[in-house]
Design a protein around this ligand. Structure first.
Ligand code: GLY
Length: 362
């Protein structure tokens, strides 16, 4: 299967997402077609740079780019203003100018951080996303949300800054630790429930191939997810109308769980998996979906090896965290729920129903 291309139609800010197997080698030639400068900085972290740094930097140099590899430490705690400030310093030292470009090579942390620096250094330099995790390839690498964290909240300081293109080489997923693949699959499955029978049935039928990182299935599924996200971003680029918010299916309880457990004992994908089951149980209680659809959540996520039950019995603290988040956003208790397979909507839910659903999930 050749490379697939998904367009994100945003007028002057529009771009292409390239999804392929082994297409990392085409980065230099693709970059050449969108930038005028001959200078590039690749922002990565040591583990990814060890695996792909030489190939990426070598390819860019071959294509005529003066290329600098700038590593940042790995981990959410380094998605900070301090690390961003170090990068500004290095770019200034290297005499980077407005037409020189930045490339994020890595997962969500590197993509968000490098994107934020690219958006703000000299009021914005060309930026390319090269996500090497499944989560990055189907979600965080697309759509232009870039940010750093603040001690008070994740992603508190950020902006929308679209990349010039996204290059996803799905063969890089072979080097991902299994838990990270599974974590990314939670987001892929999320797209299945949001899209409907066509994608969900495909995922149910081909899950083993996905888990085995089989080339054709993976390229197809990543491209399907990108197509869906691109369409949503085209409708609601700045997350204002509620359309883009549907991408947060499973994330209300998921984020509360991550915060309650201190972002360490549970991965993002695990939290979202449990969050989707909770959302499905809420929808069932409200009569929006039937038990069979709830069961499809539990079975599919369970087949991946993702959890479908709350890991802690302290429902009060999860519920408090949900309310706290909502209060800080000035919103009521609003969840993304399915009003049937492939029919997501924002729905206000009473604390009592949330509590009952959480109890059912414990
Ligand atoms: N990750 C959710 C969004 O891009 O809106």
């Amino acid at each position: 299967m050749g490379e697939r291309v998904v367009e994100v139609a945003l007028g002057a800010r529009g771009y292409k997402i390239y999804i392929g197997w082994g297409n990392l080698s085409s980065l230099g030639e693709k970059l050449r077609s969108v930038v005028v400068s001959n200078k590039a900085a690749v922002i990565s972290h040591p583990i990814v740079a060890d695996l792909y740094g030489e190939k990426v930097v070598g390819g860019l140099r071959e294509a005529g780019f003066e290329t600098h590899l700038l590593n940042v430490p790995d981990g959410e705690e380094y998605k900070s203003l301090e690390v961003a400030s170090n990068l500004y310093g290095k770019l200034a030292e290297l005499e980077f100018h407005r037409s020189d470009c930045m490339i994020a090579l890595g997962g969500g942390v590197v993509g968000d951080l490098a994107g934020f620096v690219a958006a703000t250094y000299m009021r914005g330099v060309p930026f390319i996303q090269v996500p090497t995790t499944l989560l990055g390839q189907v979600d965080s690498g697309i759509g232009g949300k870039v940010a750093v964290d603040h001690p008070r909240a994740k992603n508190l300081i950020g902006c929308f800054y679209q990349p010039r293109f996204v290059l996803s080489d799905v063969s890089t997923l072979k080097s991902l630790p299994e838990p990270e693949v599974k974590s990314g699959l939670a987001e892929v499955i999320k797209y299945g429930f949001l899209e409907g029978e066509r994608l969900l049935s495909f995922l149910e039928a081909d899950l083993d191939s996905l888990l085995g990182i089989e080339r054709d299935v993976l390229v197809k599924v990543v491209a399907e997810c990108c197509r869906m996200k691109a369409a949503i971003v085209e409708e609601d680029e700045r997350d204002l109308s509620g359309r883009r918010a549907i991408l947060n299916y499973g994330h209300t309880v998921g984020h509360a769980l991550e915060a309650t457990t201190g972002y360490t004992s549970i991965s993002h994908g695990e939290a979202v998996a449990i969050g989707m089951v909770c959302a499905a149980r809420i929808a069932r209680r409200l009569g929006l979906i039937d038990e069979a659809l709830v069961e499809r959540h539990v079975v599919l996520l369970g087949r991946v090896g993702l959890p479908t039950k709350l890991p802690i019995s302290d429902i009060d603290s999860i519920q408090e965290r949900i309310l706290l988040d909502k209060k800080s956003q000035g919103e009521a208790n609003i969840f993304v729920l399915l009003k049937g397979l492939g029919k997501p909507a924002l729905v206000e839910v009473s604390p009592q129903v949330v509590r009952e659903a959480l109890e059912e999930c414990s």
